[in-house]
Design a binder for this molecule. Structure first.
Ligand code: FES
Ligand code: FES
Length: 153
């Protein structure tokens, strides 16, 4: 989990609830609980997975990345540099932000496999995630900005 191993007490529970309730990683959001909205997305071995739809046991020892694992941190655990995708979304005015874990982690996965995505690739990566505030165009602009930041860093 974000580069560290954790023994899990409730491994047969959905990963979402293990993250939030057992590990205190509340950057992963609950939206629908039925795999429809995407706001519970985490990366498992680098690929977006809806954490409400898998148990922690099914993930096993594969690496999991959550919102909390994106920034660089110093030895004391304090954030020293945001991930370019976090930085781009921080600069982007959105509304409630509840959908952002899904959009941000899907953008991270996209940029890891395609550092220079075109508009179609950005739209395809964003498409599985719902934004009830209707911020799709703003979100796609943030991903394009994140790609610029990542390439220049
Ligand atoms: S809470 Fe998991 S997809 Fe909506
Ligand atoms: S900004 Fe509110 S759900 Fe996307």
């Amino acid at each position: 989990m974000n580069g560290r191993s954790h023994p899990i007490e409730h491994a047969d529970e959905p990963l979402l609830w293990v993250l939030r309730d057992e590990l205190g990683l509340t950057g992963t959001h609950y939206g629908c609980g039925i795999g429809a909205c995407g706001c519970c997305t985490v990366l498992v071995a680098g690929e977006p997975v809806r954490s409400c739809q898998v148990t922690a046991a099914s993930v096993g020892e594969r690496p999991v990345t959550t919102m909390e694992g994106l920034a660089e941190r110093g030895p004391d655990g304090q954030v020293t540099a945001l991930h370019p995708v976090q930085q781009a979304f921080l600069e982007t005015p959105l509304q409630c932000g509840w959908c952002l874990p899904g959009h941000i982690l899907c953008a991270v996965a996209l940029l890891n496999r395609n550092p220079a995505p075109d508009e179609a690739a950005i739209a395809e990566a964003a498409q599985p995630n719902l934004c009830r505030c209707g911020g799709y165009n703003t979100i796609k602009a943030a991903v394009a900005r994140a790609a610029e930041l990542a390439r220049s860093s």
